[in-house]
Design a binder for this molecule. Structure first.
Ligand SMILES: Cc1cc2nc3c(=O)[nH]c(=O)nc-3n(C[C@H](O)[C@H](O)[C@H](O)COP(=O)(O)OP(=O)(O)OC[C@H]3O[C@@H](n4cnc5c(N)ncnc54)[C@H](O)[C@@H]3O)c2cc1C
Length: 384
């Protein structure tokens, strides 16, 4: 077994860490307050090729692998989860379905601008009526005169309202299957299509600078060739996309755990109480030791899941374990990181206050912790 990263991956990780520390971290608090990403940060990420990392060069990508994408997400999340989730959702959810399930023509037309970062894509599965029960969609798309006519609504969609948002791939019911359930297919709806309305940003607990919106489709018409993947394969294709995405969310959670460790080590050395640095109190040092244990274990879990994905091995259970462990570890680390900072931990100027608000959603998005436990128990043959 080899737990070491390849030399070029290690180099790349260092490059992203430098970018995160020098460019993202100094802007993180302001972006959080403004509830908006700095376009200059996105431009630089595009310039570094981050939005095209796992895609082949012939589609404008960097030709790296999924693990390399996860390393970038981890490093960004160490300082700012909003920036990290913007990358995760853009690549793992917005662009990946077009790369994996789209035709050659669709890849050339839609993937190229996404891979360069000139545009960002969104993934529209969840609806106001429910997310975990992904098969119970209400959004419909019917064929009329060579066009898909989309009607319905999507909830909590990341990256649909940015200046560079180019498209959303929507899961919609396109017919009825022989067993009476809805036939689900995926259709690309370009930004600006008449009948496609992007709602206001939600006011959220955390991930303030990440763009999250409700989308409404009313008599929204797109060409028939905007179908991605086979008709009727939409749900399976989106679930597969989410499986991969969970590894990237686990990487994000790992970065948040690491950010807690690093902020706490720094603070506990500087802050004095009773005439000594608080780091010298075992109660404080042990909290930080526990955070380090979480970061280390979460990293092993996501990297193993990513290695299986890259090697073409089954990875669903490992992805669910990595996502479940990492997200719960991130929530625990952020809670303790605030505690180590005392009153300052509750003040927004301190990164750990933001980490605390940003952590919770990791237990919800891309499959809740309950859904992860269902998937893991199913993999063990004990379907509850
Ligand atoms: C900030 C943010 C960004 C998001 N971005 C996107 C995006 O880009 N695209 C997208 O499509 N979605 C996105 N989502 C949606 C997210 O994936 C869903 O919120 C999530 O899947 C849960 O669905 P739900 O909110 O409808 O909760 P529900 O499915 O209504 O679940 C409510 C509760 O019931 C539990 N529950 C449900 N079913 C079961 C069961 N069978 N057994 C046990 N417990 C169960 C859940 O675990 C949860 O605790 C985002 C959400 C957020 C908050």
């Amino acid at each position: 077994m080899d737990f070491a990263l390849a030399p070029e991956q290690e180099e790349f990780r260092k490059t992203v860490r430098a970018f995160a520390e020098e460019v993202v971290a100094p802007r993180a608090e302001a972006m959080d307050r403004a509830e908006e990403l700095d376009e200059a940060v996105l431009d630089q990420m595009a310039g570094m090729g981050l939005f095209g990392l796992p895609f082949p060069e012939r589609y404008g990508g960097m030709g790296a692998d999924y693990l390399t994408l996860c390393l970038a997400i981890e490093e960004l999340a160490r300082v700012d989860s909003s920036v990290a989730i913007t990358l995760e959702a853009a690549v793992g959810l917005g662009a990946a379905p077009i790369y994996r399930f789209g035709s050659e023509e669709q890849r050339q037309r839609w993937l190229r601008p996404l891979a360069s970062g000139e545009q960002i894509g969104a993934f529209g599965l969840t609806e106001p009526g429910g997310g975990s029960d992904a098969g119970a969609l209400r959004t419909r798309a019917r064929l009329a005169g060579g066009q898909w006519v989309v009607d319905g609504a999507k909830a909590f969609i990341t990256n649909a309202g940015l200046r560079r948002s180019g498209l959303v791939t929507v899961a919609a019911v396109t017919g009825e299957r022989p067993d009476g359930r809805g036939e689900i297919s995926n259709v690309i709806v370009p930004a600006g299509t008449p009948g496609y309305q992007v709602g206001r940003t939600y006011s959220k607990i955390g991930w303030h600078a990440s763009d999250t919106r409700e989308l409404v489709f009313e008599d929204c018409r797109v060409p028939e060739e905007n179908l991605v993947g086979e008709r009727g394969a939409g749900l399976a294709n989106f679930l597969r996309t989410l499986e991969e995405g969970r590894i990237a969310v686990a990487a994000l959670a790992t970065g948040l755990c690491q950010g807690c460790v690093d902020e706490c080590v720094k603070y506990a050395r500087e802050r004095h109480a009773f005439g000594q640095p608080i780091a010298s109190f075992q109660a404080v040092a042990f909290k930080i030791a526990d955070m380090e244990m979480c970061a280390h274990t979460a990293r092993l879990a996501y990297q193993q899941a990513a290695a299986r994905l890259v090697a073409g091995q089954p990875f669903s259970k490992e992805a669910a374990i990595a996502k479940l462990y990492g997200s719960e570890a991130a929530v625990a680390c952020a809670r303790e990181a605030v505690q180590v900072h005392g009153g300052y931990g509750y003040i927004n100027e301190f990164p750990v206050a933001r980490f605390y608000r940003d952590a919770k959603v990791l237990e919800i998005g891309e499959g809740t912790s309950e859904v992860m436990r269902i998937l893991i128990s199913r993999a063990l043959g004990i379907d509850s």
